[in-house]
Design a protein around this ligand. Structure first.
Ligand SMILES: C[S@@+](CC[C@H](N)C(=O)[O-])C[C@H]1O[C@@H](n2cnc3c(N)ncnc32)[C@H](O)[C@@H]1O
Length: 295
C-alpha cells in the first residue's frame, strides 16, 4: 500500500468514528510509524509501505478510536514551537496555555526587565515542563524552577529539559505547590510565580471531553477538586511570600472562573489583569505584589 492510500484509509476510519482533527491525527500517526516529518509524507505519496508498517499504522488508528489522544500514542506534543515528550503521567500541553508564556513576556517588557536579566521564575504544577521550558527558551539569563506534586510527571519534565538542552537552568522539584521552596532561602526572591493548575471541579465533570476524563491524569485536570478554585486559594498566599515586592503571579484559569479567582486575590496585590484566549474566553489572570505588602 502506498503512503497516499494508507493516509486515505486511516482518515476514512477516523472520520467515520467522529475523531476530532482526523486529518492531523492520521498524518501524525503515520509520521510516528515512519519516523518522518509531514513534508516527507506529502512529498512522497507514491512510496510503497512495507506490510508491517501498514499493520502498525492501522493498529495505531484503532488505538485512537478508543479515545486515547493522538499525543499519548505518538508520545509528542508541540508547545511554543518546541517539541515536548508526553506520557499519560502528564497533561498534554494545550495551545491556550501559551497565553501564560505570552503574558510573562509582555509584563517583563512593560517593566523594563531585560530578556537576559537574571530573573527567578517558578512554574507551579509544571507537568511536562512546557511553561517552564518555554520561558527558559525566551529568557536565557533566567533561573527557573518547575514544581509538581507528581514524581512521574517530574521524570517526564526532566527528560524534556535534557532533550531541549536546558537542564542547567531549569530545576524540577517535588513539592506541594510552593511548600518546598518556601522552606528554603527562596523566600521573597521570585520575579514571577506562574501556574496552570488543576481547575476542573466536580460540577464540570459532565462537560469534560472523554479524551481528558479517561486519559489525562486526573491529578492534572482536577479530578479530586470540589469547586475548581481550591488550588488558587492556596497558591495566592504562598505566591505572595515567594515573590519579590513588585513581582508577578500569572495563572491560567478555567472557563467561567474569572470572578471566583479574582475574589481570591485580596490585599497585597495590585495591577490585576485578565487576558482572553483566542476564543475570547478570559484565560490568564496576572497580579503584581504590592511593594511593602505583608507576606
Ligand atoms: C493542568 S496540569 C498543568 C501541567 C503543565 N503546566 C501544562 O500547562 O501543561 C496541573 C499540574 O499540577 C500538578 N499538581 C496538582 N496538584 C498539585 C499540588 N498540590 N502541588 C504541585 N503540583 C500539583 C499536576 O500533577 C499537574 O502536573
Amino acid at each position: 500500500m502506498q503512503i497516499r492510500d494508507a493516509l486515505r484509509a486511516g482518515l476514512k476510519t477516523l472520520l467515520e468514528n467522529h475523531v476530532p482533527s482526523s486529518q492531523l491525527a492520521a498524518e501524525l500517526l503515520l509520521m510516528r510509524v515512519l519516523g518522518c516529518d509531514r513534508g516527507y509524507l506529502h512529498a512522497h505519496p507514491e512510496i510503497d509501505l512495507a506490510p508491517d508498517v501498514t499493520d502498525t499504522f492501522f493498529r495505531l488508528v484503532d488505538e485512537r478510536l478508543t479515545g486515547k489522544p493522538t499525543q499519548y500514542i505518538t508520545g509528542h506534543q508541540e508547545f511554543w514551537g518546541l517539541d515536548f515528550e508526553v506520557s499519560p503521567d502528564v497533561l498534554i500541553p494545550r495551545p491556550e496555555t501559551e497565553h501564560v508564556v505570552e503574558e510573562v513576556i509582555e509584563l517583563a517588557a512593560r517593566y523594563g526587565l531585560a530578556k537576559d536579566a537574571r530573573l527567578q521564575i517558578v512554574d507551579v504544577g509544571t507537568g511536562s515542563g512546557c511553561i517552564a521550558l518555554a520561558l527558559a527558551s525566551e529568557f536565557p539569563g533566567a533561573i527557573i524552577f518547575g514544581a509538581d506534586i507528581s514524581r512521574p510527571a517530574l521524570v517526564v519534565a526532566s527528560r524534556n529539559a535534557v532533550r531541549l538542552g536546558m537542564p542547567q537552568r531549569v530545576k524540577f522539584l517535588e513539592s506541594d505547590l510552593l511548600a518546598r521552596l518556601l522552606d528554603t532561602d527562596s523566600f521573597s526572591s521570585f520575579d514571577f510565580v506562574v501556574s496552570n493548575p488543576p481547575y476542573v471541579g466536580h460540577h464540570e465533570l459532565d462537560k469534560l471531553q472523554r479524551e481528558v476524563r479517561d486519559f489525562d491524569p486526573s491529578l492534572a485536570w482536577g479530578g479530586d477538586l470540589e469547586c475548581g478554585d481550591e488550588i488558587y486559594k492556596r497558591l495566592f498566599p504562598q505566591a505572595l511570600r515567594a515573590l519579590k515586592p513588585g513581582g508577578y503571579v500569572v495563572v491560567e484559569i478555567g472557563y467561567n472562573m474569572q470572578d471566583a479567582v479574582l475574589a481570591l486575590l485580596g490585599d497585597g496585590w495590585t495591577d490585576v489583569e485578565v487576558g482572553p484566549d483566542l476564543a475570547g474566553i478570559p484565560r490568564v489572570v496576572s497580579a503584581r505584589k504590592v511593594v511593602g505588602a505583608k507576606a
